[in-house]
Design a protein around this ligand. Structure first.
Ligand SMILES: [Zn+2]
Length: 130
């Protein structure tokens, strides 16, 4: 069992090495990680929950309808939010709408809101596995 736990942390660093380093530096994997969304390179966000990490990649907006934030549940105009694509498995992608910038949004949502979002995203399948 402990061997499986260990490989999960290694897998995380393998899947998202850049984001992992940007957020955690070179911390050893046994340091408990916090729950939250962290801005990383190229406008992406990284959702962290325990030792799980998901990358949110912004996609080009279509149309001009108002957006509903999936985290703090406020209604936003096109310029105040982004739609992100999250690959959660080989053939499964989720789309998440989030306010920009993320700091105020996370404050409004609180820990409960972040936990609910994390529950929708995780666990992520190892999409690089054979
Ligand atoms: Zn929001």
């Amino acid at each position: 069992m402990s061997e499986k736990h260990h490989s999960a942390a290694e897998l995380l660093r393998e899947l998202f090495p850049e984001s992992y380093r940007e957020i955690f530096g070179e911390q050893p994997a046994d340091v408990p990680l916090t729950l939250g969304l962290y801005p990383v390179a190229d406008g992406r966000l990284a959702l962290v929950h325990g030792e799980q990490l998901a990358e949110f990649t912004p996609i080009a907006p279509k149309g001009s309808a108002a957006l509903h934030c999936d985290l703090c549940h406020h209604t936003r105009s096109r310029s105040e939010a982004h739609i992100y694509r999250v690959v959660v498995a080989a053939r499964r992608t989720r789309y998440v709408t989030l306010c920009s910038p993320t700091e105020g949004c996370q404050q409004r949502a609180g820990k409960k809101g972040l936990e609910a979002l994390a529950e929708r995203i995780f666990p992520i399948e190892n999409i690089y596995a054979e």
